[in-house]
Design a protein around this ligand. Structure first.
Ligand code: SF4
Length: 679
């Protein structure tokens, strides 16, 4: 255990962080030593959701409000105190201090001797639902807990700072029921980047109709605050009164108290982890493991945190069990005792036990239910179509008639594989123009891509189905001349929701490769993750065929496997230990060819290797003033990233054929002048 590196005040964000786990306050205080993945993630999340713009829109609901912009604590306190001399005032970023608690409030209204505070969040709620935040006992549910505790803490501080005043608290949230009355609401704001600080500013007047539409609503949460103040436990790690919780976290921030480390299942998602093996900063997570399990060598193999979809991690950790090899069948459940039956795949417990067994025996070989996968193949129609979408959901709708967080499908990629094994990057679509709603054009382009035959369409995860279903309902009554054809196309692919009012039977339902993987394939190198980002390097390492074929320049614009974006690409590169490198790591630096000053403007955007980076790249195209070369560089990066997503699905398809020994389905002609490659 240790103290914080630098004593600090207890802010809103530190309070919420400490509620989740007080040890995080120690790591967060030492940025020179520990990596915090959330430093980058929360910024990207806010950028892609439109959180900065929500903050600006909230201010428009308080005309005449005063902005306290200084970051200096003493100056902010003095400025706030001066503004509070007024009888009636609204202050943005008001600074209030009580003892070691120092908070900046999104909006603080003073009305006579009453204070009304509003915590603004880009999170959505459904105003048609009764009490959407609460469990039966009146406490916030787990989804809303951080937000409700955040506002309860603020109310507590303001009430202590002004003990004779009446203080009420609100969450100001995005209402999913509200309908945007104008096109281009986001164009009323611009993202500003100054050194390390990012803000939004209003650059156009916000029409009165937008405020009247109620996209943002302030919800009184005083009853929830009272429930929190009266509760005897808070979060997963604290038993005691709310006041003791505040004082305890405050003393940790002051450096007068050491937190106790309690590892629970939620440590799996702890943000204090290294970016990769080359990261010069340390992982607080590793420090916790060493301190909480001093006699166990937790860094030499998989841990319970790696066990796929396992829900009893808290129990195991409480018993001192952290290494996967320590588990027995009984820890998993009764189905773990049953060996898989060929042709029937595995259920969750059988798959979990397979993971443990392979870890115990250090068996890195793939498991495949060949009979089951063959049966699946027999149900497919060639050519096979592999599609992947990049989509976003933004808090403030881009377009008139949309509701908050409605799907915006801005990109897809499509690879095709015919019955002879020929592969081509067949189609792609990208629309990042803030003036155009891409959804209907997206569907038209997808229809053109898939309507030439009735081949089976593959996705990886239900995301593509959900997105197309959302768009189907969005365009249901659209006045487009081809709307009935577009609807018929979507209904041929998309499965309806089990609980939906509208039901239909798709004639060509999409096949989810993720479901096939979960039931019929286990690759130990994935360490229990079924994400395609882990499955791709694992299948490349498991398949000699993939390694042989793609270590040659067969892929590219004028190659045997044509690409729409890449001139020539060899996909197999080796790590120092001889293993195949993850191809996502080989995606090129998209700013490398730009002049130095243009590179600086795109700092942080150099690599698009995962969905989060793709979303923030799209957000920058939508919200920022970029030069034509910067836009072109970002669009190129997005196209190459999405292309690899569908190529990865093809690699998975081919890798499984190789594991099955299906040479016939794999053999195909190669580049002109080359012999077909032998397996
Ligand atoms: S690993 Fe667990 S105990 Fe350690 S800081 Fe993270 S959440 Fe807290």
């Amino acid at each position: 255990m240790s103290l914080v590196k630098t004593p600090r005040t207890l802010s809103k964000s530190r309070f919420v962080m400490g509620l989740k786990c007080p040890q995080k306050l120690v790591y967060a205080s030492d940025t020179q030593t520990y990596r915090n993945l959330n430093d980058e993630n929360s910024f990207l999340k806010s950028l892609s959701e439109g959180g900065f713009q929500v903050g600006e829109l909230a201010k428009a609901h308080f005309p005449g409000g005063h902005d306290v912009t200084t970051l200096d604590q003493a100056e902010a306190l003095a400025e706030t105190a001066a503004l509070l001399e007024n009888d009636n005032v609204a202050i943005f970023e008001a600074a209030i201090q009580f003892e070691n608690c120092f908070i900046r409030l999104d909006v603080l209204e003073k009305i006579g001797d009453r204070f009304r505070l509003h915590e603004v969040k880009a999170k959505s709620f459904d105003s048609a639902e009764d009490r959407p935040f609460l469990k039966k006992d009146g406490m916030p549910n787990s989804d809303w807990e951080p937000y409700c505790y955040d506002v309860a803490f603020q109310k507590w501080v303001v009430q202590r700072a002004f003990p004779d005043s009446n203080v009420t608290a609100n969450l100001m949230l995005v209402d999913k029921q509200a309908v945007c009355p104008i096109d281009g609401l986001n164009q009323c704001f611009r993202i500003i980047r100054e050194q390390k600080r990012t803000t939004a500013e209003q650059v156009k007047p916000i029409p009165e109709s937008v405020l009247a539409a109620g996209l943002l609503k302030s919800i009184p949460v005083d009853d929830i605050c009272d429930a929190i103040y009266n509760a005897g436990s808070h979060g997963k790690r604290y038993r005691g009164t709310f006041v003791d919780l505040v004082r305890g976290l405050s003393s940790i921030c002051e450096g007068t108290r050491e937190p106790a480390i309690q590892m629970l299942g939620d440590c799996k998602n702890c943000e204090f982890k290294r970016l990769n093996d080359q990261d010069p900063l340390a992982a607080g997570f590793d420090t916790c493991v060493r301190q909480a399990f001093p006699t166990v060598s937790a860094n030499t193999g998989e841990t319970v945190f790696d066990l796929w979809d396992y829900r009893k991690k808290d129990d195991l950790l409480a018993q001192g069990v952290i290494n996967l090899v320590q588990l027995t069948e009984d820890d998993i459940g009764s189905d773990a005792h049953d060996a898989p039956t060929p042709g029937h795949g595995v259920n969750r417990q059988q798959r979990q036990w397979m993971q443990v067994k392979k870890a115990k025996s250090r068996d890195g070989t793939a498991w495949l239910d060949t009979a089951a996968w063959k049966a699946e193949i027999n149900s497919w129609t060639y050519p096979l179509h592999f599609i992947d979408f990049e989509t976003t959901r933004v808090a403030l709708p881009f377009f008139k008639g949309q509701t908050p967080y409605q799907s915006v499908a801005f990109q897809f990629s499509h690879h095709e594989v015919d019955a002879q094994g020929h592969i081509r990057h067949a189609d792609q679509f990208l629309c990042a123009d803030a003036r155009l709603n891409p959804n209907i054009e997206f569907v038209r382009a997808l229809k053109r891509a898939l309507s030439g035959d009735d081949g089976t369409v593959f996705m990886y995860s239900p995301h593509e189905n959900t997105t197309l279903r959302d768009i189907l309902f969005e365009i249901w009554d659209a006045p487009e001349p081809d709307i009935e054809e577009l609807k018929a196309f979507l209904m041929s692919l998309v499965k309806p929701s089990n609980y939906g009012v509208r039901q239909w039977s798709p004639s060509r339902p999409m096949v989810d490769q993720l479901e096939l993987v979960k039931q019929f394939l286990y690759l130990p190198a994935t360490h229990g993750s079924n994400s395609l980002k882990y499955v791709l390097p694992a299948i490349l390492n498991a398949s000699d065929y993939l390694q042989s074929r793609y270590s040659r320049p067969v892929y590219g614009k004028h190659k045997a496997i044509p690409s729409l974006n890449l001139e020539e690409r060899v996909w197999i590169h080796r790590e120092h230990d001889g293993s195949v490198q993850n191809p996502y790591l080989a995606l090129p630096n998209l700013v490398a060819d730009l002049p130095a000053d243009e590179q600086t403007a795109l700092e942080g955007m150099e690599m698009i290797r995962e969905g989060g980076a793709a979303l923030s790249a799209y957000s920058r195209l939508m919200y920022e003033d970029l030069t034509a070369t910067q836009r072109a560089a970002i669009e190129k990066g997005l196209l190459e990233y999405c292309e690899l997503d569908t190529l990865a699905m093809v690699f998975l398809h081919q890798g499984v054929l190789d594991l099955m020994g299906d040479d016939q389905a794999l053999s195909t002609d190669e580049e002109a002048g080359n012999e077909p490659l032998a397996l």
